[in-house]
Write a protein that binds this ligand. Structure first.
Ligand SMILES: [Zn+2]
Ligand SMILES: [Zn+2]
Length: 441
């Protein structure tokens, strides 16, 4: 039943060997069917041989805060062990505005500028010109890639609380004349902020207003041509970011009302249109920080609370406050499944269970940290550098000057042996890492 020809129309002749991740002929990415192993195109949703739905990645793009779980954790290991590492620049991208996000999925990198320009780079064929388009407004919320679609929220008019959310079908990006297709766009009451979270056939949105009010809204039937109108489900005094745990099908966020803290859950395992269930969390400080993403691992929700900026863990099964991990957290990334937490505060890393020994000063960290399969932690710095830490020994570091010293590194993403970094001044650089001594790559 399995097919071995290349899935791309302009190639097709090439025979693709079992388990190859790219076509040997056209060098494009191959999406393997879990059932018959047939290679399919990037962003395909169904197998072209057996028709079975292709798996949706739990991580929408490896190692960015934008994935469903907000883990910043890539399941791909970096192919090096620090300090034996060499960094080589392989591509530079320029655009207007600041780099808002970098998303890597299905062999493509999406470079998102806050000015509304999006560039799409084929990571297996970086010599080809990136496909560039403009959504037509300013992007404040992290876009998302889900089931062959890019979801983007933006503002056409900066002075009004009226945003737009748009869905672009990505299938054509792999063609010989690359393109994206606008499937639908919807006007919003409010402005999309934080990150967009597509889950099942629903798109969850964190909505902000100029008077600082926040809402959670969702849109149904996002895979179709005509999605439903946005529905508001919560308008607490404070609302956290959204995070989801794909294995259990649950979407979470925290909200605060009258100094009481609630965990709110949509359970998609109960059907495609779940109602929201809310329960009060006892014993927790209510004042969580709104601008630091909440992250989820299984039934545990992680968020930052209070003036002391405590990173805390909440058990969503028992709706109870579980553990206060450490204070002074400005951003964080989780490594492994519940074992280790690596924290980026105003320049300090720590790991659970070994707090004192692993405290390291890393002045001027600006980007969220990224972890590659527990072997490396990568951060973007204020002075244009990227710093690499060995995860099992944070004292082993390597700095790489990616941009001029007056340019902050705002966004990072990883894909196999590549690291993408985006700066505040309309520039993103694609780097390849490899063992020192050998030619990188
Ligand atoms: Zn091919
Ligand atoms: Zn198949």
């Amino acid at each position: 039943m399995s097919r071995t020809d290349c899935p791309y129309v302009d190639c097709r002749e090439a025979k693709v060997t079992a388990n190859a991740a790219v076509c040997p002929g056209c060098k494009r990415w191959l999406n393997r069917c879990g059932k018959c192993r047939t290679p399919n195109r990037s962003f395909a949703n169904y197998c072209r041989s057996c028709g079975k739905g292709l798996p949706v990645l739990n991580e929408f793009w490896p190692a960015s805060r934008g994935g469903a779980q907000r883990l910043s954790f890539s399941r791909q290991a970096a192919p090096v062990t620090l300090p034996d590492m060499k960094v080589e620049e392989i591509k530079v991208l320029r655009f207007s505005g600041r780099c808002r996000s970098l998303l890597a999925e299905d062999g493509y990198l999406f470079v998102v500028s806050d000015s509304g320009i999006i560039q799409v780079v084929d990571l297996n064929r970086i010599e080809t010109e990136p496909y560039t388009f403009n959504v037509g407004g300013k992007i404040f919320a992290e876009p998302a890639v889900h089931a062959g679609t890019l979801y983007v929220g933006f503002l056409e008019d900066d002075t009004r609380d009226r945003g737009v959310v748009a869905a672009y079908t990505l299938g054509d990006i792999t063609g010989s004349q690359p393109g994206v297709k606008l499937r639908w766009s919807l006007d919003l009451e409010g402005r999309p902020v934080q990150g967009l979270l597509p889950f099942g056939d629903r798109l969850y949105l964190n909505i902000g207003f100029k008077n600082a009010r926040r809402e959670i809204q969702y849109i149904e039937n996002i895979g179709k041509e005509n999605p439903s109108k946005p529905l508001t489900v919560d308008d607490g005094e404070r609302i956290s970011t959204l995070a989801a745990n794909p294995p259990t099908g649950k979407v979470f966020f925290l909200s605060q009302k009258d100094s009481r803290l609630f965990v709110n859950i949509f359970d998609h395992s109960q059907g495609p249109h779940p109602e929201m269930e809310s329960s009060q969390i006892n014993g927790a400080p209510a004042d969580f920080l709104e601008h630091i993403p909440a992250a989820v691992m299984g039934a545990k929700l992680f968020a930052v609370f209070g003036e002391q900026k405590h990173l805390c863990r909440i058990d969503t099964h028992s709706s109870s406050f579980d553990i206060k991990i450490c204070a002074g957290v400005r951003n964080f990334a989780l490594s492994g499944m519940s074992r280790q937490v690596i924290v980026n505060t105003t320049g300090i890393f720590s790991t659970i269970g070994n707090l004192q020994e692993d405290l390291i000063r890393g002045e001027g960290i600006v980007s969220g940290p990224v972890i590659t399969r527990e072997n490396m932690v990568v951060v973007g710095m204020r002075d244009g550098k990227i710093r690499f830490y060995r995860a099992d020994n944070l004292a082993v570091q390597l700095d790489y000057q990616a941009f001029d010293a007056d340019r902050k590194v705002l966004a990072l993403a990883t894909f196999k042996d590549m690291i993408a970094a985006g700066s505040q001044v309309g520039e993103a650089r694609l780097l390849r890492i490899g063992p020192a001594g050998a030619r990188a790559g």
